[in-house]
Design a protein around this ligand. Structure first.
Ligand code: S3P
Length: 174
């Protein structure tokens, strides 16, 4: 029996990580942490502002710092940003006692879900959004696949995805 002290939701932008993490935390009576919100709180500015004023490299540094602060947290569901798994070694900071769950999403669904939310996603701004999503997703899939389990999200409500995460936790611990 493997005990799970924290759950980390990873995957591409638009996969529903924040919404589902909040739902799973509520159901388990656990804490909920959104890494991007933590970064914004600590930096005193939004993610798009950090990208614009300080650049992506600085955002990634803040992302590493925020992760390190969570290294000892327990009974916590963490929503990571879409690039979190891509940073070398970062997943290892939280991996001990954790279940890393990849919320899978297809490029078409990303475009549909983020149609009105690209302002908050600096990496998806500009032309040929579909091409950018397809390219980034293809590039990142190998990193997301290093999660412990994968849960599909296409065509599912946040509640249904949360059911999938709960099932994954149960089968991991049984
Ligand atoms: C990023 C995803 C964003 C945020 C930042 C970078 C990425 O989080 O961390 O804009 O590299 O994919 P969401 O996945 O919550 O949109």
């Amino acid at each position: 029996m493997t005990s799970v002290q924290r759950i980390v939701l990873v995957g591409f932008m638009g996969a529903g990580k924040s919404t589902v993490a909040r739902l799973v935390a509520e159901r388990l009576g656990w804490n909920y942490v959104d890494l991007d919100q933590e970064i914004e709180r600590r930096a005193g500015m939004s993610v798009p502002e950090i990208f614009r004023l300080r650049g992506e490299a600085e955002f990634r540094r803040l992302e590493r710092d925020a992760t390190t602060l969570l290294a000892a947290c327990t009974s916590t569901v963490i929503a990571a940003g879409g690039g979190w798994m891509i940073q070398p070694g970062l997943a290892d900071v939280l991996r001990r006692g954790a279940l890393l769950v990849w919320l899978r999403v297809s490029p078409d669904v990303v475009i549909e879900r983020l149609a009105h939310e690209v302002e908050g996603r600096p990496l998806l701004r500009g032309g040929d959004r579909a091409g950018r999503v397809a390219e980034l997703l293809a590039e990142r899939e190998v990193s997301y696949a290093r999660a412990d389990v994968a849960v599909s999200t296409d065509g599912l409500t946040a509640d249904e995805v949360a059911d999938g995460v709960e099932r994954a936790v149960r089968s991991w611990t049984s």
